[in-house]
Design a protein around this ligand. Sequence first.
Ligand SMILES: NC(=O)c1ccc[n+]([C@@H]2O[C@H](COP(=O)([O-])OP(=O)(O)OC[C@H]3O[C@@H](n4cnc5c(N)ncnc54)[C@H](O)[C@@H]3O)[C@@H](O)[C@H]2O)c1
Length: 414
Amino acid sequence: MMSVEKRLGVGFIGSGFITRFHIQSWVGVRDADVRGIWSPNLQHAREAAALAKSLRVGDARAYDSIEQMVSSPEIDCIWLCGPNHTRVQNMEEIAHALKSGKGELIGIACEKPLARNVAEARQMLELARQSGVLHGYLEDQLFSPGITRGREIVWARGARLTGRPYLARAAEEHSGPHMPWFWQGELAGGGVLNDMMCHSIEVGRYMLTEPGQPRGSIRPTAVSAQVASLKWSRPEYARLLGEMMGSEVDYLSRPSEDFARATVDFVDDQGSPLIVEATTSWSYVGAGLRLSMELLGPEYSLSMNSLDSGLKLFFSRRVSGKAGEDLVEKQNAEQGLMPVVGNEAAEYGYESENRYFVRCFLDGKQPEENFEDGLEVTELLMTAYMSAEQRRVIKFRPEGLDTYVPPVAKSMNA
Ligand SMILES: NC(=O)c1ccc[n+]([C@@H]2O[C@H](COP(=O)([O-])OP(=O)(O)OC[C@H]3O[C@@H](n4cnc5c(N)ncnc54)[C@H](O)[C@@H]3O)[C@@H](O)[C@H]2O)c1
């Protein structure tokens, strides 16, 4: 086991939106520094490194290649934050550098989704195992302070005295992602179902699992889902999307779903039914990103909504500045009564998440949320796509899941 005095050097793959969120969260992380960034665009990698330096969370430098970053004695672990379609390739490059003795790593943490489909997710897990590294699946919502604290109290008091919770409702909704690749089914592995239901299903499953009990203590048995393109394939919005994202995003001929809902049936170890009900959309126009969660049990209920922040600002019509995301992620307006999330990196869970994974890697311990969890989430998401495609309830695990690719994610040339 590594000495606790050691500081962990962290390198990031990708220098986009989520990397910047992680770097911002690092002010609340102990015993680790952001020391490296690799991204195909060197200038962007330099900018992310400069952000880390300016926040004093590490003397970060931009690397020329993944191999060079893995080889550096400064880097002990890697946070994988590239686009979904580059995941396996990034992981293969890391594994290759390790196998050829170019460097050593303690751990790899990977953003959601672990991969675009089950075959790729299995490959990710296999590569991590072969490389002999610890692995973590970065599902930030499990670390959101409201979720962590709410779960603790519900289980310690409500569930202990009156019985376990049986229904978790989770939703993540906003008005659409910021980069073209998210909107291209083949690159992202799907639409909003793959992009955001990975959060809702996992946070629902987590809330229904008794603290201290393993993931297998509740078991998924069936999935029912529906997908639709409600807003962005309307001709006027498809045109607008093309203008915003470029001609490679064509929602008149090739839309991804901008709405998805699913119910996942579970059973507990007594055979009693439990349900996770998840709703996600890129077709929600409110103040900004809305994360909501409810947990229902026999004599209690819990609810949270990230837009019900304690802080609200009012701007009159005379305050007519530029559009921005300075009040809340995926902000849709700058005037009127607007909610503000005080510290988004902490509230959405990134800060505690990174603190947790750093702690595990320093202690040489496999994180409880790891690639195996990422694989099971992918299995549930792909079963949801199957259910939507076949318009029926699908028993878990269905045949053919390992090779299944949702219609929306199939190559145009396939
Ligand atoms: N936890 C969350 O809530 C959350 C939120 C947003 C994104 N994400 C996930 O994080 C990942 C990145 O999303 P983002 O919003 O930062 O995307 P982004 O498009 O803003 O950034 C992607 C970054 O990857 C880089 N990149 C391009 N090609 C690459 C390659 N071949 N290998 C490695 N990197 C490459 C880009 O230059 C860019 O810096 C995605 O998998 C996404 O699903 C998670």
